[in-house]
Design a protein around this ligand. Structure first.
Ligand SMILES: C[S@@+](CC[C@H](N)C(=O)[O-])C[C@H]1O[C@@H](n2cnc3c(N)ncnc32)[C@H](O)[C@@H]1O
Length: 412
């Protein structure tokens, strides 16, 4: 799980998220640069970063979370025509005091060149095993190959060894600093600045219709590190829909949730633009045109297509929230109260009888305070009809909606 958060809220969120998900589920905090430094800022300190908190549900620490291939350079040489190989460090982080068996001078048997041990980084082989390593071609010396420019001996790792040890996906091994360094190139560089998200929205809609939309590259990095094609990506704060658009272009399934009305003009419109329009060239050739070519489209060779469905949650107390907000007079609000008493879920703090007895006090409040008071009376856990209540006749859920919900939740 990735949570993207600003500096002001990061630490509160961390404590909250630790409390909910468990401290042992926390993996890392990753910074992202939001803009280049500004001068007109308080204390002349331009804080230009926000943060990604990463949590795991229950993956053991040995799990490879980021399924990204390591980009390693392999060589092919005449002396090993059937295998490729790469170089790896022949020293270890341990000192010669810690590894006395690795405290020796390495000698190139072909040239007699000597390579003394570095006392702070002992050899990765021991005095007892070094000859065997050399015999098996596991150590490459400077000068062995014209195409290599190395100054000290290196370990040779054959591809066949790696496949034997880690399986055919050996190159999908996760290396923490490798992930961070790679991600940091983007996250700490200029390519994921906030302004790119704004530019992408302007390119798509012709105007800035959302403040601080995420840019697509951030989501591309996260989605490619954490998922495979076909996996489900969930964004329960969908906003301008960057996560959905990127997941769609990267052939992931996705579920988005959003509370605000701008889902129609922003989110739904954006996803429609990602998909593009069908255009028939003759009867047999159907092509897709006018699909979103911005954001990561070029990177992933996006050609449009696909589909999505969207639905609104069935309102219950939320319908009263809306009525309260729209009311203009005290009389209307009291009518709503009478309806609420019968049909809404009231907060446990409210005693309807007491309210009716003190109705004059209520009438003395300003309209705004009356509204706030009624909103307070509603149980916010019951804003929408819960799935568990779908068969309750009081809610009168249509057969079509029941069928759709059961399909969505996979309950039959
Ligand atoms: C900064 S936007 C998120 C951007 C988004 N993740 C993307 O990929 O572009 C945060 C969104 O979360 C929505 N939101 C906040 N609380 C919510 C809730 N309880 N349920 C659903 N959406 C919520 C807000 O309305 C806002 O649109």
């Amino acid at each position: 799980m990735f949570i993207h958060i600003g500096d002001q809220e990061l630490h509160y969120l961390k404590v909250l998220a630790d409390d909910i998900f468990g401290r042992d589920k926390f993996i890392a905090t990753i910074p992202r640069k939001t803009r280049s430094g500004k001068t007109d800022v308080s204390w002349k300190l331009s804080q230009d970063f926000d943060w990604l908190l990463i949590y795991t549900k229950n993956a053991p620490k040995t799990t490879q979370l980021f399924k990204r291939a390591i980009e390693r350079r392999y060589y092919r040489s005449e002396d090993y025509p059937d295998d490729e190989w790469r170089l790896s460090d022949l020293t270890k982080q341990t000192s010669i005091e810690e590894r006395p068996n690795s405290d020796f001078t390495l000698v190139n048997p072909k040239t007699g060149d000597e390579y003394p041990v570095n006392p702070n980084r002992s050899w990765a082989v021991t005095i007892d095993t070094v000859d065997e390593y050399i015999e098996k071609g596991k150590i490459v010396f400077p000068g062995d190959y014209d195409f290599l420019n190395i100054k000290t001996p290196a370990m040779r790792i054959f591809k066949s060894e790696e496949i034997e040890k880690y399986g055919k996906d050996f190159d999908k091994t996760y290396v923490s600093s490798d992930f961070l360094n790679k991600a940091m190139d983007d996250f700490l560089g200029t390519s994921t600045y906030n302004k790119h998200g704004t530019d992408e929205i302007i390119e798509l809609f012709g105007e800035k219709i959302f403040d601080y939309p995420k840019n697509e590259l951030i989501l591309k990095r996260i989605i490619e590190y954490a998922t495979d094609e076909g996996d489900i990506v969930l964004d329960f704060f969908a906003g301008s829909g960057t996560t959905g658009a990127v997941a769609h272009k990267m052939n992931r399934q996705y579920i988005l949730c959003e509370q605000m009305d701008y889902i129609e003009p922003v989110l739904v419109e954006r996803l429609k633009k990602v998909i593009g329009n069908k255009s028939s060239k003759g009867r047999l050739m159907e092509t897709i045109v006018n699909f979103d070519g911005g954001g990561i489209s070029k990177d992933v060779n996006w050609k449009g297509g696909g589909e999505f469905v969207y639905c609104e949650l069935m309102k219950w107390n939320e319908a009263y929230m809306n009525k309260i907000q729209e009311a203009e007079t005290s009389e209307e609000l009291l009518e709503i109260w009478n309806d609420m008493k019968e049909n809404a879920f009231l907060s446990y703090k409210v005693d309807p009888k007491q309210f009716d007895e003190d109705v004059e006090e209520f009438e003395e409040l300003t309209i705004e305070d009356q509204k706030s008071f009624l909103v307070e009376c509603l149980d916010k856990n019951q804003l929408y009809v819960n799935f568990s209540e779908i068969d309750d006749e009081d809610y009168d859920v249509s057969d079509e909606d029941k069928e759709l919900n059961k399909q969505f939740y996979g309950v039959f």
